[in-house]
Design a protein. Structure first.
Length: 519
């Protein structure tokens, strides 16, 4: 039987056609469609149920009811596909007219229980989208107690087609939008990564320890904050300081370095703050200090841990007030400089032992960057060695055919108390010793590097295996890293067991493993 729509229904179809075309937000459009349907079909309520295929359930994202709280309560109801009228419509992919729901075997009573509304008559039509049935549109309870007609059902079915397409399009749009957003973030991240690599090209390092350093450098460069670079001798502190300046907003200003260990008291003060003629013996003319000369640039305080106590107090005042007073002068001068300092001492220990002022430490170390020793990032050794060989070969105008694997192995095993500088010297020496067009072999490595290496024997032998002549703190680090690595090996890499054997908490051991880049 072909049903003929009533004029009011035709009008509604026309109105809704306009609404779909106007691309109103789905969350406005669907309730509008349901409400209009309800009016035209003379129903008490209506809803759209969507299919949750994974759970074989339907849920109510859109409900229009006479009673708002009934609609609200339905939003939490899940309707089983097997065991409901809506489910039967999904499965048969055909519309259904039910005149007495409570006596229909397929009827799911849970929705009535939850909403407190008794369902009598209903119409349900499938929402058919490109990929199949995505849900059902329903109207319930003919006003005045009668039943819906087959014409009503045909009308709802016709309408269901447009609603399904609108929902499907909106979903597709959301998907495209979110994948476009995801792509955008990914491209952004990749760009930043590339830019970072571009920016710090002369600094070699690909392992996790150096990735963290690059990330910190980038943040430091983007802000005027005081940076403290900590790390053993030869780990690249000055290289990093220069790179941070070069990539900062002050890049066009000067970068001036001073070695705080190289001067005694008065001379350091004069070096930093300048002096007036006659301020001390040898001060034959006025002289501008480093802080003034570095105006709008960066002052690099190298070996800041060696600064004498009296200078520490004066430096603190400069940092607090942004002014310097030249030696022999009384008038302060304003300076605008960024401070980057470096130390190979553990400044916290220096503070604890009262050799370094705590207040100055906090001023200088607002943004600490710790450079790992080379032994804690052995993964970078092959790349560094190759870079140093290439640079030395170019300097000597000599062609070198790379480094033999056995030599690389030994380089990766060696101790490197002098860190990257020592590796660079070792590779320069090897290039000088090798014949043109040859590769570097074990024979070109120094006796120290050839005989140095991690013993993998008994953990007790480690204290003896530590490189002699190291400052105690570094020797302790070296020992700790090797000892932990050995215990981890003995415990088959199990962190919990290793922590127990070492008498450490798991968290503490993980911190140490991270610091020493073990695993
Ligand atoms: N990541 C790196 N990539 C390439 N070269 C590096 C790297 N780190 C350091 N170097 C090189 O190693 C040498 C030592 O670096 P730098 O002088 O910056 O170390 P430092 O930490 O300041 O040492 P010190 O404490 O002895 O002053 C330099 O030749 C530097 O170019
Ligand atoms: Mg240095």
């Amino acid at each position: 039987m072909v049903a003929t729509p009533r004029p009011s229904q035709l009008l509604l179809l026309y109105e809704l056609g306009c609404a779909f075309a106007a691309r109103i937000e789905l969350d406005e459009l669907v309730p509008l469609v349901i409400a209009k349907c309800r009016d035209v079909l003379d129903a008490e309520g209506g809803s759209v149920l969507l299919l949750d295929a994974g759970n074989d359930e339907l849920f109510f994202p859109y409900v229009v009811a006479e009673n708002a709280s009934a609609a609200e309560r339905l939003s939490s109801v899940r309707v089983p596909v097997a065991g409901s009228i809506a489910g039967a419509v999904v499965r048969s992919e055909a519309p259904l007219r039910v005149d007495d729901a409570t006596h229909d075997a397929r009827f799911f009573g849970g929705a009535d229980l939850q909403s407190g509304v008794k369902t009598r008559s209903l119409l349900a039509a499938p929402l058919r989208a490109r990929q199949g049935i995505i849900g059902v549109i329903e109207v319930v309870n003919r006003r005045g107690g009668g039943c819906f007609s087959d014409e009503d059902l045909a009308f709802l079915e016709a309408l269901a087609g447009s609603v399904a397409v609108a929902i499907d399009n909106a979903r597709l749009y959301e998907q495209v939008k979110s994948s476009a957003e995801k792509l955008r973030t990914e491209v952004g991240l990749l760009r930043r990564d590339l830019a970072r690599r571009d920016r710090f090209t002369e600094i070699v390092g690909t392992g996790p320890a150096m990735s963290e350093v690059f990330r910190l450098m980038e943040s430091a460069a983007a802000s005027p904050i005081a940076v403290l670079i900590e790390g053993e001798t030869g780990t690249g502190k000055e290289l990093v300081a220069r790179a941070v300046h070069r990539e900062s907003a002050r890049a066009d200003g000067p970068f001036l370095a001073v070695n705080c260990a190289a001067f005694q008291d008065t001379l350091l003060e004069s070096e930093l703050f300048g002096h007036r003629r006659g301020a001390f013996t040898g001060a034959t003319s006025d002289r501008r200090g480093l802080f003034e000369a570095a105006e709008k640039g960066t002052v690099f305080l190298d070996e800041v841990g060696e600064m004498p106590a009296s200078m520490q107090a004066k430096l603190l005042r400069v940092l607090e007030q942004g002014e310097v007073i030249p030696v022999g002068d009384t008038r302060p001068r304003r300076v605008d400089v960024r401070i980057v300092s470096a130390t190979n001492r553990d400044l916290r220990t220096e503070v604890a032992e009262r050799r370094f002022r705590e207040d100055l430490y906090y001023r200088l170390s607002a943004f600490p960057i710790h450079l790992p020793p080379l032994r804690a990032r052995r993964e970078d050794i092959p790349l560094l060695a190759q870079a140093f060989v290439a640079a030395a070969a170019e300097k000597h105008g000599k062609r070198i055919a790379g480094i033999e694997p056995s030599a690389i192995d030994q380089l990766m095993r060696a101790g490197w108390p002098g860190n990257i500088r020592e590796l660079r010297n070792e590779m320069e020496r090897a290039v000088a010793l090798s014949r043109a067009d040859d590769a570097i072999t074990l024979a070109q490595l120094s006796e120290r590097v050839r005989s140095s290496g991690q013993s993998t024997a008994d953990a007790g032998a480690f204290a003896a295996a530590t490189t002699p002549g190291l400052p105690l703190l570094q020797a302790r680090d070296q020992f700790e890293a090797r000892y932990i690595a050995e215990v981890l090996r003995q415990q088959g890499g199990n962190v919990s067991h290793a922590a127990k054997a070492l008498g450490l908490s798991r968290a503490m051991l993980q911190r140490k493993m991270k610091a020493f880049a073990l695993r």
